[in-house]
Design a protein around this ligand. Structure first.
Ligand code: B12
Ligand code: SF4
Length: 448
């Protein structure tokens, strides 16, 4: 029996410009859920293949012709694409199973497009769903407490390109920011043993991966554990050319940790700065002080760790001037990249519940839930103004001259990548402005 897993990508993400931008931004990687579930099924004797749409077009009539079951991953911004594919395969009389973070928040919606939906982390139930032992349309899968018993993702199943191995050494996050989806989907916070992670890393070294990402929502949540792991990586020579990770500003309080991160080539980090307005940070329960942000920004350069600064646009307590100050700050600290994320009330989060109850949602078209579109009525400015602030943030942050500053601090490759991002962002903004001018049904015109 053949099972094909698909990780969809929204239409905009499948355009050439986006794919070029993605290649400059970082190295291609894969969502690990389907690779883990795929391995469980492969070990039961099924023939499994996994396809990701993000980096490569997929010829479905070729790869799915002999498939019996199609498993589709969903995140919110790709949900409509996932449903489009699901409907297509069901018309071909294939059995369709849907899972992932969006379907886990909206199972009743997903089941309209599938034979079965799995809610939550799928490891415990996938084999029984596929074999037909579990037959309810919506199957609730409890999360696994001991992460060490979960098999490693099987990259041999992945039939689309992928340059870096994604490793999750933990699931969830001990914090609970009100806009965050992952800390709710992956609950409670759990850690794998160091030995188990090291064994997985050995496999990727052996397989020849040059790049690796720690995709933990908060890799340095437990600093002592992170240090232990980094020491083991160093002593065993499990160092990759470049390793990306997600962190919080509090990691900068620990100089030993910073040294180890640098030595182990964990040299690119996405940090949620969110806002320099303490009231805003407190309002989303970020549990982060402005002083942490400032201190963190100063020390990262010293350890040559490039910061992808993530800021949230549209928090209730932030004025236009606050948002602009956040962008200026990210430029000033020479952040390597900027991720200006428009506040997005993902289903299943407290912020979504709040905005629904306050009648502030302006759309539930999931394709807009990509952190680049305004989906709710902001408090201090109009929706249209907020959308403009997003464009403005990109235009102000990426500039020709700042690429050379980045080159000076982080070296030639980083400088060229930054230059590339400047070019791509300019082309993107230009095309967008043209589209807004020409196309009367551009999303921008729907905003008040
Ligand atoms: C790696 C990653 C990426 C990569 C690769 C994405 C890709 N190839 O499409 C990159 C960096 C490119 C990326 C991009 C984006 N991402 Co991303 N990404 C992740 C990340 C960090 C790790 C995914 C992972 O491996 N998880 C660990 C495994 C164990 O979990 P899992 O894959 O979900 O699988 C479990 C269950 O979901 C379920 N399951 C999974 N698949 C299936 C399939 C079936 C059939 C079944 C039954 C069950 C099932 O069982 C699995 C095992 O327990 C997650 C955060 C996270 N913690 O998940 C964010 C995350 C998924 N991304 C997110 C977002 C918002 C985006 C972007 C929109 C960001 C942006 N503005 O650019 C884009 C969209 C890309 C696209 N496809 O269109 C959000 C999604 C929120 C939401 N509710 O939709 C997340 C949750 C991050 C966050 N902090 O909020 N992403
Ligand atoms: S710190 Fe990051 S991962 Fe943790 S709850 Fe907040 S946003 Fe989510």
């Amino acid at each position: 029996m053949k099972i094909v897993f698909i990780v969809p990508a929204a239409p905009i993400r499948r355009t050439a410009l986006y794919r070029i931008g993605g290649a400059i931004y970082g190295h291609s990687s894969a969502i690990t859920g389907p690779l883990i579930l795929g391995r469980i099924l492969k070990e039961k004797g099924y023939n499994v293949e996994v396809y990701e749409e993000l980096n490569h077009d997929v010829n479905y009539s070729l790869c799915c012709a002999d498939a019996d079951i199609i498993g589709i991953y969903t995140m919110t911004s790709c949900a409509l694409r996932a449903y489009e594919l699901a409907d297509f395969f069901r018309r071909q009389r294939k059995r369709v199973i849907i899972g992932g973070i969006h379907a886990s928040s909206c199972p009743e919606e997903a089941i309209c497009h599938a034979d079965q939906v799995i809610v939550g982390e799928g490891e415990r139930v996938i084999a029984d769903v596929v074999s037909g032992k579990l037959t309810t349309p919506i199957v609730y899968s409890p999360s696994i407490r001991n992460l060490d018993i979960i098999p490693f993702p099987d990259y041999h199943l992945l039939k689309t390109p992928c340059d870096s191995a994604n490793v999750m050494t933990t699931r969830g996050c001990p914090f609970a920011c009100s806009f965050c989806t992952t800390s709710r989907m992956f609950h409670p916070y759990r850690e794998r043993s160091i030995e188990n992670v090291i064994e997985e890393l050995r496999g990727y070294k052996k397989a020849g991966f040059q790049y690796m990402n720690f995709e933990d929502d908060n890799f340095t949540a437990n600093k002592e554990r992170a240090k232990q792991l980094l020491r083991r990586m160093l002593s065993e020579g499990l160092i990759f050319k470049e390793t990306f990770f997600f962190g919080r500003t509090d990691l900068a309080r620990d100089e030993e940790l910073l040294q180890l991160l640098q030595q182990a080539h964990l040299n690119r980090v996405l940090i949620g700065i969110e806002s320099l307005n303490q009231k805003s940070l407190d309002s989303v329960h970020k549990k982060q002080q402005v002083i942490d942000i400032k201190q963190c920004s100063q020390v990262m350069k010293k350890y040559k760790i490039r910061v992808i600064a993530s800021i949230v646009l549209g928090l209730d307590n932030d004025s236009i001037e606050d948002m602009r100050r956040n962008v200026r700050f990210c430029r000033h600290i020479h952040a390597y990249q900027l991720q200006p994320a428009i506040l997005t009330p993902f289903p299943g989060t407290p912020i979504h519940q709040q905005f629904v109850s306050e009648h502030r949602m302006i759309t539930h078209d999931w394709s807009r839930f990509d952190m680049m579109h305004v989906t709710f009525m902001p408090k201090q400015l109009s929706a249209k103004e907020l959308q403009k602030e997003f464009f403005r943030a990109i235009a102000k942050f990426y500039s020709f001259s700042s690429s050379f500053t980045i080159m000076k601090i982080f070296g030639l490759e980083s400088g060229f990548r930054r230059l590339g991002l400047w070019i791509i962002s300019r082309i993107g903004l230009l095309l967008l402005h043209l589209d807004i001018r020409i196309c009367k049904n551009n999303y921008f015109h729907l905003l008040q």
